[in-house]
Write a protein that binds this ligand. Structure first.
Ligand SMILES: [Zn+2]
Length: 273
């Protein structure tokens, strides 16, 4: 083989790598500009880089993966399915006013784990194991209001930003691979998948506040949120506290704070259109 042919061959073989590097650079230059964003209800100014569209794509990729892996356990009929769809629809219709571009979907998965989460962009996953704790529609609305609030307040994008993982996330969204497997796992942990703590304490508190207003706007009595969190507190004293609490650390002041937001929530509940 001539020297020229070798050079050409080397160039061709090298191209996929060039393409990946170029994609990363383009993503880095064109898309990674932090913008100011105001959270709903609490009106806190936050700085995030991932756009709504990018957050939706990141969430949709993870959602598709979850549904693929848990395909055999998806519940698609019956009273529990109907309840989850019914409550999610009402919470979604409220959240849509804050995030009109998000595409909301909810899946119920048969898993003996008291947990639920909402991925960036509006994809919700509920495990059947949380339903005995939510007890009724208002209890489930408390959980879904809280989870959906994490999405509309863009808490994952904010955490990705603070952990300096925005470029990694943007590369995954652009169809590339994470720079290292460890970085990919860190993004997954921040998405709330697995047992890691995806959110900070202040984000948890903010999700409580926004979620309370969401459930009230959706037509659920916000006082039922107090009843739910008290049930969770009681359950946490048992031998095996619900998984939902390990992701959503409770403290003695949570019920107090919720009590403080109740007047505004009750106002929203009684004056809803
Ligand atoms: Zn939370």
């Amino acid at each position: 083989m001539s020297g020229l042919a070798k050079t050409v061959l080397g160039f061709l073989l090298g191209r996929p790598l060039v393409a990946i590097v170029l994609a990363a650079v383009v993503v880095g230059i064109l898309l990674l500009h932090s913008h100011r964003q105001k959270t709903p209800v609490t009106h806190r100014v936050e700085h995030v880089t991932l756009t709504d569209a990018q957050q939706m794509q990141l969430g949709a990729q993870e959602y598709a993966k979850t549904l693929r892996e848990d395909r055999a356990r998806i519940v698609a009929t019956g009273p529990q399915y109907a309840e989850v769809q019914r409550v999610a629809r009402r919470i979604e219709s409220v959240a849509r006013r804050d995030k009109p571009s998000f595409v909301w979907r909810v899946s119920l998965i048969r898993k003996n784990e008291a947990n639920a989460y909402c991925l960036p962009g509006g994809k919700i996953v509920v495990f059947t194991g949380i339903l005995p704790l939510t007890e009724n529609d208002a209890g489930l609305a408390t959980v879904l209001g809280h989870e959906v609030a994490h999405a509309t307040a863009e808490h994952v994008a904010e955490r990705i930003e603070r952990n300096h993982l925005t470029e990694v996330a943007a590369t995954i969204i652009a169809g590339g691979v994470a720079f290292t497997p460890a970085q990919f796992l860190r993004i997954e942990a921040l998405l709330g998948v697995g047992s890691a703590l995806p959110f900070s304490r202040s984000q948890e508190s903010e999700a409580d506040q926004i979620g309370l207003i969401y459930m009230a706007r959706a037509g659920y009595d916000p006082r039922q949120a107090l009843a739910f969190w008290k049930r969770m507190e009681r359950a946490s004293r048992g031998h095996e506290p619900p998984e939902f609490l390990s992701d959503h650390p409770s403290d003695a002041h949570r019920v107090e704070r919720i009590r403080g937001w109740l007047p505004e929530a009750e106002q929203a509940y009684s004056s809803r259109s």
